[in-house]
Design a binder for this molecule. Sequence first.
Ligand SMILES: CC(C)(COP(=O)(O)OP(=O)(O)OC[C@H]1O[C@@H](n2cnc3c(N)ncnc32)[C@H](O)[C@@H]1OP(=O)(O)O)[C@@H](O)C(=O)NCCC(=O)NCCS
Length: 365
Amino acid sequence: MKLKSPSPTDLNRVLTFLKQKLRPQVDWSINNEYPIAFSNFNINNIKFIESEGKILSHALLKYLMIKTPAGIFKVAIIGSVVTDEQHQGKGLAKKLISELVEKAKQDQCELCILWSDLHDFYYKLGFELAGSEEHLTIENSSSTNYQIESEWRFSDDPKINPESIQKIFSKHLVGSVRSNNEIKAYLQIPNSNIYSLWGQNNELLAYAIEGRGVDLGNVVHEWGGGVHHLNQLIAHILKKQSQLQMIASSTAINLVETLKKNFKTTHNTRTLGYMKPLNVKNIHAKVLRWARIQGEYHLQTFHQNDEVYLRYKSKNYRLPNEQALTRLIWGPIDPNIFQNLPSDMHDALMKVFPLPLWVWGWDIA
Ligand SMILES: CC(C)(COP(=O)(O)OP(=O)(O)OC[C@H]1O[C@@H](n2cnc3c(N)ncnc32)[C@H](O)[C@@H]1OP(=O)(O)O)[C@@H](O)C(=O)NCCC(=O)NCCS
């Protein structure tokens, strides 16, 4: 049995395997959905196990630089994890994930994130369900009186200049660093609706992307623009359908509030995904820096002899494991855990944590 990255010629075999296992029902190849993850320059981050020329299991990594107010994080996204039915339960996926995690560590990633329903599988590998995102269901309802203004031009044409999207996307408080070519490739993902709002000088003011291949149908997972323009764009989309869902970073407070005010909206906060710290030293340094930005000079986290600690005003508190650290840093925070702490420490923790972090829909591998 061999664990390896595909050569350029192997890549087609890998794509055929993934089509059979993960996308049998659609008429496109999985690399159309994940153009960056399966691009030639990411080939060393694609891993598969084969035996006698037959692919048995596959998983891949994609690296992202994510800008946040707490610093830039190099994040490894894991995706397309699958083992042939005849070979499941033999430790193949576990082996691939462990290999990818080691590679991401070597490549100086600080954090690994993935999306899955297999809690036990990923928990055993050191991942914790953590982070947060805002989930909105917005309905087309006659009970709201929100009007579309006549000065805007709306378009459903996917042909948008990537530079215009880049200009708006880069204004987000939390967002990945993307090239224009990456945006161009993402705009071509099948099964996406691309909505946009343009100003009188023909400048792009807002955009919203709904759907992504077989995933995120009816979900706006990528968007950009001013809060007012986005509200107008949502009103435009709702003229065509009875409801839509939208996901957003927990830092998008104004947007969420105005959407709730203007539309019939159900809102809840969900966990982001499975997360695992890869470079704890860098993460501790970012926590320390972020705490200071918040005016908290006595709060830090650290490792000592493989144990994880939270330190406040010269007193150390040992955390049960690294997964508890993940949950502390990115949430969701269970208020009961903080209940018996001194009130100044409680307030400091609530001020500093969770650290802002989000992954946009196009960035998911
Ligand atoms: C999920 C999947 C990739 C696991 O592959 P695999 O090669 O069988 O997994 P492994 O043999 O490496 O299992 C590793 C561990 O996870 C456990 N595990 C495997 N599948 C699991 C599942 N569906 N639910 C919970 N635990 C699971 C195994 O018992 C094993 O635990 P152990 O180390 O304590 O023995 C495989 O079942 C699959 O391809 N499923 C269909 C596609 C899919 O759901 N992909 C996930 C996308 S994130």
